[in-house]
Ligand binder design. Structure first.
Ligand SMILES: Nc1nc2c(c(=O)[nH]1)N[C@H]1C(S)=C(S)[C@@H](COP(=O)(O)O)O[C@H]1N2
Ligand SMILES: [Mo]
Length: 272
């Protein structure tokens, strides 16, 4: 478990990390409090180092960004998986981003590319994605840090449809996802990616995906912890091997089945 210390070392929101756990349960997959220092001298040191860095980062941030962080900070809980605040009217959802600001994209400038080990590269506009057959799924959303939102509808295009359209070459064994926030990434094996409950989601809770929730399009991987569901999706690349994503390079499981990974065996699976 030692390798998992210090996951939270990223944003200025670390400034609010005194109240570990927040209103929604344990802050870490193993339920330990990273700030209590008990049996975790390294974690404690890392957290304090982060506090200093976070404060410096915040002081240097442009004022607009600072304003946003303050607004979020007012309602922020704490969480190791990124900069977080409760979303107003979010029905229990938390807002996550590993960067402090993300460009807004819509029908005029959103693009989703499919490339890598494919026969036909593709570049979809939002209108083109909307014109494809849509699949609606209703499952619980489960974050690896403990919070869960029951029966949340997601709707969008099955990822398998986009893969089939691109003609996946036989050498391809995995899929890498990139995001227009410029920082986040995710990955799935090809077999996982072809599951019927993996979508490029355009709607959540029966409304177009809001910017905060990763709109206009995000990945939605129903059977896995929510960090697999990359927001602001912009690229789908077929690769030979699984390339660990942003959080996976920082200690989270690549195969992130709810209830069977990340040491969270008590979670009820979100899909069959
Ligand atoms: N691009 C991007 N996608 C992301 C994240 C992120 O920081 N950036 N955080 C992940 C995590 S840890 C969670 S729990 C969910 C949160 O989604 P929400 O902000 O819509 O609640 O997004 C996942 N996808
Ligand atoms: Mo998360």
């Amino acid at each position: 478990m030692a390798s998992r210390r210090g996951w939270c070392s990223n944003r200025g929101v670390d400034l609010v990390q005194g109240n570990s756990g927040g209103p929604d349960g344990p802050a870490r997959p193993d339920g330990q409090d990273p700030a209590d220092g008990q049996g975790a001298p390294v974690g404690r040191r890392l957290l304090l180092g982060t506090l200093a860095l976070g404060a410096a980062g915040l002081a240097a941030a442009p004022s607009l960004q600072r304003g946003m962080e303050n607004a979020l900070g007012a309602v922020a809980g704490k969480d190791p998986t990124g900069f977080t605040g409760l979303l107003p009217n979010g029905g229990g959802f938390r807002y996550y981003s590993v960067v402090s600001s993300v460009p807004h994209k819509g029908p005029d400038d959103y693009r989703l590319t499919v490339d890598g080990l494919v026969d036909r590269e593709a570049d979809y506009t939002l209108a083109e994605l909307r014109a494809l057959p849509q699949t609606r799924l209703v499952r619980d959303v489960q974050c690896v840090t403990g919070w869960r939102v029951p029966e949340t509808p997601f709707k969008g295009v099955r990822l398998s449809r986009l893969l089939d359209a691109a003609g996946v070459r036989s050498e391809a064994k995995a899929v890498r996802f990139t995001c227009f926030d410029g920082a986040y990434s995710e990955s799935l094996t090809l077999e996982q990616a072809r599951r019927a409950d993996v979508l490029v989601a355009l709607e959540m809770q029966d409304k177009p995906l809001s910017h905060d929730h990763g709109g206009p399009a995000r990945l939605y991987v129903a059977p896995m912890y929510f960090y697999k569901s990359a927001k602001w999706l912009s690229g789908i690349t077929l690769t030979r091997d699984v390339r660990p994503g942003y959080w996976e390079k920082r200690g989270y499981d690549v195969d992130a089945w709810v209830g069977r990974s990340n040491g969270r065996d008590g979670d009820v699976p979100t899909a069959a």
